[in-house]
Design a protein around this ligand. Structure first.
Ligand code: GSH
Length: 275
């Protein structure tokens, strides 16, 4: 067993041991552990999570913790180039984390999924939670989820990139994406001035998707004092036990992105090689 594989196994063992004691945790039910285990079609059903501790990864880590679904973690080190390995590209052809494989898919057969928004919708549908109750609530949830996937995530990502990682400071890009970040926090703040959560009164996958991106507010040029309603929402979500566990998943393996090789892997030619 090489060093990496040995470490991977140890990690999986640690988490599956931890999961086995948590396997029945469902936030809205007081089921006893044994009965929940028995209602599962197959006690060995497990979600394989391919991920890293980044905002997009955190969304799924938090969701899995909120749902109390058993999962096994595979660390994909995107700074080392694990995302370009053929086995990973088979489940995530866009070479990005997160991805999952659920051995118990909708038809009882395994299903693999990439794109965090699709994974959140899938998991919410699987457990029947965090999507809203009525059709109206569901569409409102999806609307704010799409806001995150199409706007908040990509724009805050660019703000972060040009403010922190770009090899040269380009004033135009820094100003453009910092302004865009501020505008988007303003949209969140306005919605949260009148609602406890993004889709209304209940916590949904829209909140789970947006929250991890707002954890890096400082690097995005944001001052919470300008967004008091969004800050109240941020603090409320930060206090959820599943969120606190979720943000710790794989966090110990995340290194600051200072290594030139890792930067080349993520932002340089390696990213654009034909595969
Ligand atoms: N839209 C995708 C974005 C995923 C994404 O950008 N993942 C980053 C980490 S946060 C990644 O894997 N980057 C590796 C790469 O670009 O090679 C999602 O939401 O799942």
């Amino acid at each position: 067993m090489n060093k990496d594989t040995g470490f991977q196994h140890a990690l999986e063992r640690r988490w599956s041991l931890r999961r086995s004691s948590l396997i029945c945790r469902r936030p809205d039910e007081n089921r006893d552990p044994v009965s929940f285990f028995l209602i599962k079609k197959n006690g060995n059903d497990m979600i394989d999570l391919y991920s890293m501790a980044t905002p997009n990864g955190h969304k799924i880590h938090i969701m899995l913790e909120e749902c109390g679904l058993p999962y096994r973690i595979h660390h994909v080190d995107i700074g080392k180039g694990d995302q370009f390995k053929p086995a990973f590209l088979k489940i995530s052809p866009n070479n990005k984390i997160p991805a999952i494989v659920d051995s118990d898919g909708p038809d009882g057969k395994p299903i693999s999924l990439f794109e965090s928004g699709a994974i959140l919708i899938y998991l919410a549908s699987k457990v029947g939670q965090f999507l809203g109750e009525t059709d109206r609530e569901k569409y409102t949830t999806l609307q704010w989820l799409m806001f995150q996937m199409g706007g908040l995530g990509p724009m805050l990502g660019q703000a972060h990139h040009f403010r922190i990682y770009a090899p040269e400071k380009i004033d135009y890009a820094v100003t453009r994406y910092t302004n865009e970040a501020k505008r988007l926090y303003g949209v969140l703040d306005k919605q949260l001035a009148n609602h406890a959560y993004l889709a209304g009164d209940t916590y949904t996958i829209a909140d789970i998707a947006c929250f991890p991106w707002t954890r890096s507010w400082k690097n995005q040029g944001i001052d919470w004092a300008d967004y008091p309603h969004a800050k109240r929402w941020f603090d409320t979500i930060s206090e959820r036990p599943a969120v606190q566990r979720g943000v710790e998943v794989l966090a110990a393996l995340r290194k600051p992105l200072v290594d030139e090789k890792a930067k080349e892997m993520l932002f340089g030619q390696t990213q654009y090689n034909k595969r």
